[in-house]
Design a binder for this molecule. Structure first.
Ligand SMILES: [Zn+2]
Length: 273
């Protein structure tokens, strides 16, 4: 217990990032969750304070359940873009694409908020794109012009575009562990694909500069990347500013115009225009 408290107390110090040369402009966080676990610890006003402290101007937010997103939107409707998550509890993330009751819940929630994205949802196997429920979700996304925010691998993204080439996809974590050459190939091949870089700062940033293959990719596809925090658990909320500062560090190593697009403008184009 004492050890836990000590670790918690020193964590923010050890997580400090040398700020010189980091990107100082606005950030659009395209991977925010305000799920039930966070509600008793961080009130909506606390979340906004964290965003202000990290100089996060806008965010795409999805929550388990969706009423978390509604609570946040109530206090800052002009700064937040709602994404529709079909999970009501964390355990539903393994069955959302084959449960009719969750389709009904999603349809009902769509009448409550004007969601601009569907997800973030997790999907690991291309065959799960073909369940009757998944086809209903894909129809909903197309009808409502929602961006699919998918935590998945390149095979599922390929299968999805084969089925529905007109959908827009925001690829969560750029596939999480997909390497830069695979991400490059996917962006070359699918014009409706964008990639969001939460959990990737440590891959992108080397000892004192952006890794060369990442730099080439980020500059070449400067219109297709966004950044995010992924506050899926309270531990991530407790280090929110650090998560954003990690992105600011590598963004500061890129040409200004490229950094501005990736940090803010691409997400604004995707969700606010
Ligand atoms: Zn997430």
């Amino acid at each position: 217990m004492i050890l836990t408290i000590v670790l918690f107390a020193v964590a923010p110090l050890s997580l400090a990032i040398a700020g010189d040369g980091s990107y100082k402009g606005p950030v659009f966080d395209t991977h925010l969750h305000y799920s039930k676990e966070a509600w008793p610890v961080y009130l909506p006003k606390d979340v906004l304070e964290k965003m202000d402290l990290a100089k996060v101007k806008s965010a795409l937010v999805s929550s388990t359940p969706d009423s978390g997103t509604e609570k946040l939107l109530a206090v800052a409707p002009q700064r937040l873009v709602p994404g529709l998550r079909p999970y009501r509890t964390p355990t539903e993330k393994v069955r959302w694409y084959r449960s009719q009751d969750m389709v009904a819940y999603s349809q009902a929630r769509l009448k409550t908020l004007r969601h601009k994205a569907f997800g973030e949802v997790i999907l690991w196997f291309a065959q799960d794109l073909e369940t009757p429920q998944m086809l209903q979700y894909l129809d909903l996304a197309a009808e409502q012009n929602m961006v699919m925010h998918l935590h998945t691998n390149s095979r599922v993204v390929e299968a999805l575009f084969k089925m529905r080439p007109g959908l827009k996809v925001l690829w969560a974590h750029a596939g999480f562990d997909e390497p830069p050459d695979v991400i490059a190939r996917m962006l070359d091949q699918y014009p409706n694909l964008s990639a969001e870089l939460s959990y990737r700062a440590e891959h992108i940033m080397g000892a004192d500069d952006v890794e060369p293959e990442w730099k080439e990719l980020l500059v070449r596809h400067a219109d297709r990347f966004t950044v995010g925090s992924d506050t899926w658990e309270n531990d991530r909320w407790s280090i929110y500013k650090y998560l954003i500062d990690q992105h600011r560090e590598w963004l500061g190593k890129l040409p200004d115009k490229v950094a501005q697009k990736i940090a803010y403008e691409n997400a604004r184009t995707l969700f606010m225009e």
